[in-house]
Design a protein around this ligand. Sequence first.
Ligand code: PBG
Ligand code: ZN
Length: 329
Amino acid sequence: MSLPDLIVRPRRLRRSATMRRMVSETTLSADDFIYPIFVDETIDSPREVKSMPGVSRIPLSMVGEMTQQVAALGIPGIILFGIPAEKDAIGSGGWDDNGIVQQAIRAAKAASPETCVIADTCFCEYTDHGHCGVLHGEDVDNDETLLNLQKEAASYARAGVDIVAPSGMMDGMISAIRAGLDEAGFKNIPIMSYAVKYASGYFGPFRDAADSTPSFGDRATYQMDPANRREALKEAWLDIEEGADMLMVKPGLAYMDIIREVKDATNVPMAVYNVSGEYAMVKAAAANGWIDEKRVVLETMLSFKRAGADLILSYHALDVARWLKEDKG
Ligand code: PBG
Ligand code: ZN
């Protein structure tokens, strides 16, 4: 037996860590992350979310300190979710200028003015039935919910939010919110749209964390069917045409193909939400010693970037920022 005349040798560029670093196509930095924070109006001390080890609901009094901690790690943004003391059928807590998220926005901006404070803009945390808007019978009424979204976004803007992030998948939500913000004097507040959000089993732990499990049915009449990819492009383009400044794809891991396709088809910054169920699976396997948590998490985050994400919303963000610092030495 003899060797072939020509062997192409990609291994030449893998021979040392320095060489690999030189030819690496994708990088990860603390700048890429947004950290989700759950603020609970009904507690005085942090309460760990059982299915999300390392993540706690925090009281309003800790929001400033938490925001400073995020900023100190070099992470540019946070996204706020509120658990209000009182809920009602329409989610009116969402547009209360003294609501839990409005107070949290003010606390975060006071403690760390340079941090980009984003507010998840929806109603499932504020409604007593857990759906993302006003019900008519068992159906979420799209257009009535739009009117409430306008009030909610304007209220968050008055509290000093930097970006609103509507997550309810209502038709026309971006144009409605854009018009509402403009009319209220907030022409310069950007909208990050949860444009491509699938009706996913991976949101399970979040609904514990945010106390937002629907009391009946599911969200399949407003969130997307996991079977669809063409529809993802339709949703993404609709939202850009309606005025979205940034898009989001959610969940992340099972939708890497969608991240790539939306990125290639559009021209605005794109975020991916590495959701609660993805986090819970990694934490459970790591706790059992079945995977190397740091290695798996960094690999996953790098893969979101490689797939086309410009920004990553992740519960791992604080750990990732620490690990990146450590590795720099
Ligand atoms: C609210 C909202 C959800 C998530 C973000 N915003 C839950 C849902 O749609 O049921 C999920 C985030 C996660 O699972 O980490 N509409
Ligand atoms: Zn919702």
